[in-house]
Write a protein that binds this ligand. Sequence first.
Ligand SMILES: Cc1cc2nc3c(=O)[nH]c(=O)nc-3n(C[C@H](O)[C@H](O)[C@H](O)COP(=O)(O)O)c2cc1C
Length: 354
Amino acid sequence: MPVSLQESWSIGGVEVPTRIVLAPMAGVSIQAFRRQGRRFGAGLVCSEMVSAAGIEHRNERTFGYLRVSADEHPLAIQIFGSDPREMAEAARMVEAAGADIVDMNFGCPVRKVTKTGAGAHLMEDPALACRVVRAVAGAVAVPVTVKMRRGVENGSRTCLELGPRLVAAGAAALTLHPRSAQQMYTGEADHVLTAELVSLVEVPVIASGDVTSREKALSVLEETGAAAVMVARGAQGNPWTLREIVEGESFRPTREEVAAELVVFIREAVRELGEQRAVGFLKKFYGWYFGHGRFPKPFKQELVQLRTTDEVVTRLFAAAPGAAPLVEALEAELPAAEDETVLDRLPISVFGGG
Ligand SMILES: Cc1cc2nc3c(=O)[nH]c(=O)nc-3n(C[C@H](O)[C@H](O)[C@H](O)COP(=O)(O)O)c2cc1C
């Protein structure tokens, strides 16, 4: 029977309304990105990886990653670290911030992370990986999940040995990005491994890697038996891909629609990160939004040189005057700022103080 992408499924009792998960992406998956993803049909969205040590040390910037608003749910917040006690403490705080699911990163291939024993390094130390999962699962009432790669070395099949052990330790779902850590993002994701993992565990498996179209989403679901597919790079500056995957119709946004989405995204990013950080953060998004022949190439060059986001917004409205009423309509739908949980506004007890 063909799979329906609009069918709901669940992770440890948390209902996920569609079979599309918006991926965690460091430097990308801020709240504005997640909210947009939910609006365009992702059934579950995920924060970028948040350092458990950063949470423990009350790092102000780390707390900034833990903003949760009313229109994001269901939301997974992803944490990384390698110390079971620290990860359990971080999980408690993430739960208090409003996460519906605590996800753990066992896949990050970046040396800065692996050299601390975290990310993909945990795949090389299954006993520690299981202790981390057990500690986190025991610390919170919400379901806990793990996102991993196939293993560290090229051709590795470690995920197939580790996956069932992580489930036994308490993971309520697994996401597999079947590339090795060594591969980084080169080559192709080998979803034959995803199918093998699905056959080995009783919990839902989310397939991550190279899903950029409805056709690919359907074939990965069919061939692997995964509960859902995850979309990462395909959604960068392109939320319409999510809608196309979920609904099956081709959405070619007009220039006004592209400009309107970007203006809302810019304003939300500024609210979240502050003007100074947002200016640098947003630059990569201009290229992403303006690709696909939507705007002429020199337009991007022009925008990345502007010094303030106000100037960028003014320039966007000048290029697409019809975007203004669309922006107004989109902003009218955003929940009030009071409906947002920010960790530093939580009572001191959740910080483990006292
Ligand atoms: C810029 C970028 C940042 C990423 N950051 C994270 C992260 O914080 N945590 C994580 O588990 N995976 C991260 N990933 C991996 C993605 O979630 C995903 O597994 C991978 O990109 C494969 O999916 P794709 O082919 O749809 O891009 C990142 C990927 C990219 C491109």
